[in-house]
Every structure is written in C-alpha cells, then in structure tokens.
Design a protein around this ligand. Structure first.
Ligand code: ADP
Ligand code: MG
Length: 457
C-alpha cells in the first residue's frame, strides 16, 4: 500500500515511520489550520469544524441536586444517579452499564430508543428508585447534534458506526421522551441534552475552575471549550455578554493528510469522507489501522511468514482492536510474553521474538501518531483561548483510550514540551473518569438554575 524501497523489513519500517510521522512543524501548521476552521465554524461559514453552541456556560461549583444521567457514547450505554453537593463534589450512588447490541446501533431509531428506555426501566427497578417522584434527567448524547436549546437538538449525522434509521434530522429528546412513554415511564423529566465533551468539561470545572477544555478519547474523539458570545457570530442572541460552551466536533477536522491506510479504512467505513481526524485518533479505528498495516507487512512477507493461520485470522476486518494494541504496547517483558499470550489466545502459535517485536513496533507507530494529533488538537484550542499560554489550563479527558492505553498521555505531554518548552507545565491533562455522565448532571443543575434558556430564531 505504501511505496517502500525493496529490501528487508527495516527499510519498510523506516518508510512506515515516515508515512505516520507528525513532525513539530506539521503540528504548528495543523494548529494554524485548526484556528482558521474554528473561526469559520463560529462565524457560520462552511468549515470542517461545526462549532456547535451548547446553550450553557461552565458551572460555578455551587450547583446542587440529585439527577439521573444517561450516557450514550458509542460503545456502552450508562445510566447513573448523580448527587451534587454544591461544594464541587460529585457522587454516583448507582451506575449501570449496558452494551449496545449491533442490531440497535444499525437498526431503526425506534428500536434503539426502545432499548435505551428499557435500560432506564431496568435501572429504576434494580436501584429501587421511587417512581412516584419526578426525577430530573440529563442525557449525554455523544453525536453531532444541532442544539437549539439546552433541552432540544437534532441529530446532524451519525458517527462511530451508528446508522439507526429515522433519527437523523430529528430531535433526540423527543425520541427519548416518546420511547419512555411507550413503556409508561412517567417519573422522568428530561431537562438537559449534553454532548459528552460538554459533560466532561462541566464535571472537570465543577471541582476545578482552571478546567477549560473537555476532551473525549474513547470510541470517538472530540472536545469543547468556553467561548465568548461576542465571538459567536452565527448565534442569533440579543445579549452578547457572557460565555457559552462550544462543542467543536473536532473528529471531523479534515486538514490532516490521510495516508493509504487511512484512505483504505475510510472507504470501508459507514461514513466515508467524514471524520478524518477521528479515524486517525480514536479507539474505534486505531486497531483497524494497525491491522491494515499488519496485513500489508504480511502481504510483503516481512512478518509472520509461513503462518497462514495468522494471515487468515488478521484478514478479517475488526479482528484487531485498539484494546489489543494497549496490551501489546504495554508488554514490557523481554520475550514479549503478553504478545505471545494474545496470539496464542487467537490460535496463532510459535511466533518468533522478531515478529512479536515488529508487531509491537507497528502498533507504536499507529498510536504515536494518534497521541500527537490529539495533543495538536488540544494545543490548537488552548492557544485559541490563550495565545501565549499566560494561564494554567486543566484539560479534563474522558474515554477508555486515554485511560487505558499505556503511554498515550505521556506522548501527548511530550508534544506540549516540544511546542512550548517550560510553559507546557501550565497544561495539565486530567483523566475525568465518567466525566461525560457525571457532568451531564452538573449541566442539568446549571440549566435548572439558569434563567436564560436561549432559543435560536
Ligand atoms: P465511549 O466512547 O463509547 O463513551 P469509552 O470511553 O469506554 O466509551 O471508549 C470505548 C472505546 O475505547 C472502545 O471502543 C475501544 O475502542 C477503546 N478502548 C477500550 N479499552 C481500551 C484499552 N484497554 N486500550 C485502548 N483503547 C481501549
Ligand atoms: Mg463516553
């Protein structure tokens, strides 16, 4: 797939490293492009960054209350009860996680929302939640939504492998309400529709005022930040004082050049031509990129030679996952015993140390690019808010990729050091565990205490 000089694997790996490299200069160019796209998106011009208004500002930290929160992120669906004590502390007395069956992800919208309502029903029963009382509910829905108020918004397009019909262009709050009604759940009052990035920022800034960027690195990738209303030309509001959280939808940033593996992945995705950055950075795709590289190496007889079972196994789309990359890259044993175990589990036996080392190396090449691009995007938003990094910035990050991939966080921090030297110490990446769900409750509380509920005309 890539042109490499003939010769041994080393030549090929050098070309591979080049093809996946993101230099400091590439990052500086990317930051400039990112700023241009952000500006266009805020103005309402055509841009790969949608810059979606959330209709809510950061919390003050004194919000109080008890909420039910739903978190539909891409892979799992979570239902939680969340208590805010008004002093910056969030507790989660109950939480349940449900895997979303593929038939609902790719079936009809009605079946997807019926599944969601069914999970809420189970949660209420299992946790003995009083159905005679009304419970405020915040819905974290992590797909691009054109929000028209804090409690209403239409799905622009599915991402992360979802294709459920009849949802695009519809208000997801209405769909959720209808599904709850269909099974006669009357004790829920839906108060806020929240993007997962917005939830993450809200959760982070509820307890730490320096948190001004909310980032997701899980199934997909995205971020939000706090913008001055005076910069949001496209928003038709009378009062331009104050601030609002803006959901960037950065997964769709399209100014990073895809390589042959990216193009191949894109072609077979359910949304070709869209979400380029997400496809290079996030958990749903990294394993698949690594698999495409591996199959190229196998095809060139540079790895797993005379191992037909391995070739057959990895031929299957989705046979290699981002979780597997974490396991392989995290294997610090001299003989790569963890890699051996992983391969053996999949029926691939007697693999040489050289092959295992190459396998680990190719995973590192793919994940390093992802971490560097993620850090570049974070740098772009931070310098948009604070060009000379005068202030401290806490970046709240939620998502299993950031949490579990060994070295991802360090590789991102290295980029900040490269770009900003000592000033990079002002940037703190903080894992916001379940921030997207906890933060939805914070947003619901902000919404409840806010008199202003601006509507787009
Ligand atoms: P969501 O994005 O759906 O809200 P998560 O943040 O838990 O949920 O992200 C799930 C995704 O993270 C999975 O689809 C997978 O791609 C990736 N992932 C899960 N476990 C790991 C791991 N150990 N290492 C790297 N990536 C992982
Ligand atoms: Mg999530």
């Amino acid at each position: 797939m890539i042109s490499a000089p003939p010769g041994d694997g080393e030549d090929f790996f050098s070309s591979l490293e080049k093809v996946f490299s993101i230099s400091e200069n590439d990052i500086r160019v990317m930051i400039e492009d990112f700023h241009v796209e952000m500006g266009k998106g805020l103005f309402g011009d055509k841009s790969s960054l949608k810059m979606i208004p959330s209709f809510i500002d950061k919390p003050k930290g004194n919000e109080k209350g008890e909420f039910v929160a739903l978190d539909l992120g891409g892979t799992n669906f979570r239902v939680l009860t969340v208590i805010l004590d008004g002093k910056g502390n969030v507790t989660v007395p109950a939480a349940s996680e449900f895997a979303i069956p593929r038939k609902h992800m790719r079936g009809t919208g009605v079946s997807l929302f019926d599944f969601i309502a069914g999970c809420v029903d189970t949660f209420l029963t299992e946790n003995h939640i009083d159905r005679n009382k009304t419970h405020d509910l915040a819905f974290t829905f992590s797909f691009p939504v054109e929000q028209t108020s804090i409690a209403a918004g239409k799905l622009i397009a599915w991402t992360k492998g979802f294709t459920a019909t009849g949802v695009q262009g519809r208000d997801v709050m209405v769909l959720l309400n209808e599904a709850l009604k269909r099974i006669d759940i009357r004790c829920i009052h839906i108060t806020a529709l929240v993007n997962d990035t917005v939830g993450t920022l809200a959760a982070g800034s509820y307890s730490d005022p320096a948190c001004d960027l909310g980032v997701i690195m899980g199934t997909g990738t995205n971020a939000c930040y706090r913008e001055a209303l005076s910069n949001m030309e496209k928003l038709n509001v009378a009062d331009r004082n104050g601030h609002m959280i803006v959901n960037i939808e950065w997964g769709n940033f399209d100014k990073v050049k895809p390589n042959a593996y990216d193009r191949s992945l894109d072609k077979t995705s359910v949304n070709p031509g869209a979400m380029y950055l997400e496809k290079m950075v996030s958990g749903m795709y990294l394993g698949e990129i690594a698999r495409l590289v591996l199959m190229d190496l196998i095809g060139r007889e540079l790895i797993l030679v005379n191992k037909p079972h391995a070739a057959q196994y990895f031929q299957e789309r989705g046979s290699f996952k981002t979780e597997d990359m974490s396991l392989i890259e995290g294997d610090k044993t001299g003989r790569l015993e963890g890699v051996t175990l992983f391969l053996e589990r999949n029926g691939i036996l007697n693999i040489s140390l050289r092959d295992k080392t190459q396998f680990k190396r190719l995973c590192g090449i793919v994940s390093s690019r992802a971490a560097r691009l993620g850090a570049a995007a974070i740098s772009a938003v931070l310098t948009w808010m604070d060009p000379n990094l005068k202030d401290r910035h806490t970046v709240g990050i939620d998502g299993s990729l950031f949490e579990k991939h060994p070295g991802f966080s360090t590789k991102m921090t290295d980029v900040f050091k490269e770009l900003y030297g000592q000033k990079s110490e002002k940037i703190a990446l903080v894992h916001s565990k379940d921030g997207s769900g906890r933060g939805a409750a914070v947003i619901a509380a902000v919404a409840a205490s806010s008199e202003r509920n601006t509507k787009i005309n």
